[in-house]
Design a protein around this ligand. Structure first.
Ligand code: XMP
Length: 317
């Protein structure tokens, strides 16, 4: 019978015998899956596990500092890498969504590889792959369709010449959360919304500049904090803001303004494959819209995305 407790116990046992005294490296993303995988491995092999957390400059506001802090608090051996300038530099002038993904994927592998090489005798790469990822990467890379290069790090193990260990490979998301809960991982980490690997890069339509990243981080922060404050965060599967490549006219005092439009998106889903837009209360939307326009310079218009998937995707790129 499957239970979180028996899963934890048997997985730790088998990781111990599979890995022995070998060194393992794991990429932390701040998300649920990589966090749960890290804690399981840490329980099995202690400090033979090194975690690497890369800031590509496209995370949410304060995310890097907060997440790094909470990982250290959990006792994980984590190396934080600030690679903002590298990523934003290489992305300069790039507008095509798939090109953005490829650049980010390639740089991530380079940065990760360079850090991992500093660990002596590392033999294994651990990943927080879960069952739906296994299925999806089969269909995504299937014969004629490439929908999106979702995981962006496909070539990692080959390039690094490491064996792969994926302790969550047979679990669904809700089981991963239950396993995390069993291991006393904090509800703030376990309850986090999914966040795409390429981060805000695919929520800034068109080319990316450091100024646009900062602007979108502010908008996103107001939206997400507002959801939390109003008890809506846990009722939504994923939420975020998109910066549109559009300027629209507004007025401020007696002046006409010509500034950016942001779109807010909140969806309900079980696996991200299909999704419905969430009927957030008008009152809430109204307050958030005012707060964004009043506080974030450069934004004079907020719209709410009322499209479901399919045919619209969750992200706009
Ligand atoms: P879409 O936009 O395809 O998103 O409806 C479905 C889910 O996947 C996430 N997503 C990504 N995750 N790399 C990722 O790691 C990507 O390139 C990527 N594109 C979309 C998206 O946030 C949603 O949860």
């Amino acid at each position: 019978d499957w239970s979180p407790a028996s899963f934890v116990e048997s997985t730790i046992d088998s990781l111990k015998s599979q890995l022995g005294n070998d060194k393992v490296v794991l990429g932390l993303s701040g998300g649920v899956d990589s966090s749960v995988a890290a804690i399981l491995l840490h329980r099995a092999i202690g400090n033979n596990l090194t975690c690497i957390f890369v800031d590509q400059g496209l995370l949410r506001k304060n995310e890097y500092e907060n997440v790094l802090e909470s990982y250290k608090h959990m006792g994980l051996n984590v190396i934080g890498v600030n690679a903002k300038d590298l990523f934003l530099g290489e992305l300069k002038g790039v507008s095509d969504p798939e090109t953005k993904r490829k650049i980010i994927g390639r740089l991530f592998i380079e940065v990760f590889d360079a850090e991992a090489k500093k660990i002596k005798d590392v033999k294994w790469l651990a990943q927080g792959t879960i069952y739906p990822d296994v299925i999806e990467s089969v269909s995504v890379n299937g014969p004629s369709v490439t929908i999106k290069s979702h995981h962006n790090v496909g070539g990692l193990p080959e390039k690094m010449n490491l064996k792969v260990v994926e302790p969550l490979r047979l679990l669904f998301k809700d089981e991963v959360r239950r396993v995390g809960h069993e291991m006393k991982i904090s509800p703030t980490i376990l309850g986090r919304h999914p966040f795409p690997g390429p981060g805000l890069a695919i929520r800034i339509l068109g080319d990316i500049t450091p100024e646009k990243v900062t602007l979108l981080q502010e908008v996103d922060h107001i939206f997400i904090e507002g959801l939390k404050f109003n008890g809506l965060y846990d009722k939504v599967w994923q939420a975020g803001a998109m910066l549109l490549p559009v300027q629209s006219v507004g007025v401020m005092g007696d002046e006409r303004t010509y500034e950016s439009v942001v779109a807010l998106r909140a969806v309900q889903s079980t696996d991200g494959m299909t999704a419905d837009w969430v009927h957030l209360p008008y009152e809430f939307l109204s307050r958030i819209s005012n707060e964004i326009i009043n506080k974030v310079r450069g934004v004079n218009r907020v719209v709410y995305d009322i499209s479901s998937k399919p045919p619209a995707t969750i992200e706009w790129e």
